[in-house]
Design a protein around this ligand. Structure first.
Ligand SMILES: O=P(O)(O)OC[C@H]1O[C@H](OP(=O)(O)OP(=O)(O)O)[C@H](O)[C@@H]1O
Ligand code: HPA
Length: 225
């Protein structure tokens, strides 16, 4: 992976995977048998994901660790990232002089069918966003693609007047469909490919895959709705 990083590190973009990043041969890793034949490659192995999150947690604590934090996990795709990030944030907080109190809340958003954004964001459930009023909110999201989901969420949240809002996204796509929305913290910047695993899904499949992988055409056909 080191060979695929761009020249000067730009921590705002996270680990940059170039358009020609081929990923790793699937046979070098283990993954559930029920997905044999459905994947192109291992794009980001699980170990690297977790190591990168450890560093994100350090950066987040450095910036906002002086405040009490309300972590807002965006379901469903964000649950793995959120769980691992909170674990690292807790470890850092526990081992530092200043203990930061952290609460975790959840919101469920849905906009994708197959590998396409349907344009309209659904907030599923009856979330009471008034709990965000006056809070220092850290939104935790799995992927920013077009950026529509995050923009819509931010505009829904604004009226509840949180004290501060920061966004951490594990992945950010370089895509022509993007309205150039950038999170405050990014794990990896990736090309415009549809990835699954580590809780990212294709029509609810592949959330039970540890690595982030690229789905192939066979997989898309098999699970298309
Ligand atoms: O930047 P965008 O193009 O808007 O895409 C990003 C969103 O798409 C996915 O959600 P999805 O609708 O698949 O719901 P899920 O989290 O339940 O899988 C993902 O979890 C993000 O929330
Ligand atoms: O690549 C992706 N995978 C899963 N969900 C997504 N939502 C936007 N992009 C993606």
């Amino acid at each position: 992976m080191a060979g695929s990083s761009e020249k000067a590190p730009d921590s705002g973009r996270g680990v940059v995977l170039l358009d020609n990043w081929p990923g790793y041969d699937l046979d070098l890793f283990t993954y559930p048998q029920h997905y044999y034949g459905d994947l192109e490659c291992v794009f980001i192995p699980h170990g690297i994901i977790v190591d990168r999150i450890e560093r994100l947690a350090k950066d987040i604590m450095k910036d906002i660790g002086c405040h009490d934090i309300l972590v807002l996990c965006v379901l469903k795709g964000g649950y793995k990232f959120c769980a691992d990030l909170v674990e690292h944030l807790k470890n850092i907080s526990r081992n530092s002089d200043r203990f930061v109190s952290m609460k975790v809340d959840f919101i469920r958003l849905k906009s994708y069918k197959n590998d396409r954004s349907m344009g309209e964001l659904q907030i599923i459930g009856d979330e009471d966003l008034s709990t965000l009023t006056g809070k220092n909110v850290l939104i935790v999201e799995d992927v920013v693609g077009t950026g529509r989901t995050m923009k819509a969420l931010l505009s829904s949240i604004e009226k509840y007047k949180p004290n501060m809002v920061k966004i951490a996204s594990l992945l950010v796509k370089r895509t022509a469909r993007s309205d150039s929305f950038r999170p405050d913290y990014a794990g990896f910047e990736i090309p415009d490919v549809f990835v699954v695993g580590y809780a990212l899904d294709y029509n609810e499949y592949f959330r039970d895959l540890n690595h982030i992988c690229v789905i192939n055409e066979h997989g898309k056909e098999k699970y298309r709705i």
